[in-house]
Design a binder for this molecule. Structure first.
Ligand code: ATP
Ligand code: MG
Length: 199
């Protein structure tokens, strides 16, 4: 009899500019060196691909849609991601999105039920570093906010993520993405996935 091993589904969250996409790219390189089949879904990009059909032209305009529209797009994106069956399935996303209506959860229960994650990683960094990364990264249109607001965003992320952890019964690991130390952060994520250095 042949058994298919299940995917290890990991959701990685962090506020804009904390370095999720940078660190996750390094995680993928390290996993490929180990011949692990891995896929990364940037939740916002998967949503954007659906939103384009409705006329949204810029990825950074998604958060300006009504909560109702964002909710529908989230479900569609979650279903697309849930159909992936690689050894490791990584989702790069936000615990919340700042909308005109307030903090909106990136991982509401209806999305978690579809994604069914095994674990959560919260990427964090010093507020000053996050501020500088947002200011200097010209490839994206990020809302520029004060250091105090960034501290608040980090707090809201961990509050939202605790609830996700309780709903799914899946652990959270906090990983610090220190300036110039992407490798260290990536290795922290690998160890949370059960891959130890050198194995
Ligand atoms: P978003 O949620 O908006 O997609 P993100 O969390 O994916 O943001 P990145 O795009 O990965 O953030 O990183 C933001 C900027 O910070 C990029 O210019 C990236 O090169 C830089 N950066 C990320 N991590 C580090 C690090 N450890 N040291 C120095 N620069 C970094
Ligand atoms: Mg990103």
């Amino acid at each position: 009899m042949h058994y298919l091993a299940e995917s290890n589904r990991v959701i990685i969250v962090g506020i804009p500019g904390v370095g999720k996409t940078t660190v996750v790219s390094r995680v993928v390189e390290l996993l490929k060196e180990k011949n692990v089949k891995v896929s990364v879904s940037i939740f916002g990009t998967v949503m954007f691909n659906e939103a384009k059909k409705k006329g949204v032209q810029n990825r950074d305009d998604l958060r300006k849609l009504s909560v109702k529209e964002q909710r529908e797009l989230q479900s569609m994106a979650a279903r697309t991601i849930a159909s992936i069956s690689d050894d490791v399935v990584i989702v790069d996303t936000h615990a919340f999105i700042s909308t005109q209506e307030g903090f909106y959860p990136g991982l509401p229960n209806h999305v978690l039920e579809i994604l069914n994650p095994d674990s959560f990683i919260m990427i964090s960094a010093r507020p000053e570093e996050i501020y500088n990364r947002r200011m200097t990264d010209t490839s994206r249109t990020r809302d520029i906010v004060s250091i105090d607001t960034i501290k608040k965003e980090l707090d809201v992320t961990s509050a939202m993520l605790s609830t996700c952890s309780i709903l799914c019964g899946s652990p959270i690991k906090m990983v610090l993405n220190t300036e110039g130390k992407v490798d260290e952060a990536a290795k922290g994520i690998l160890s949370a996935m059960g891959f130890n250095n050198g194995t």
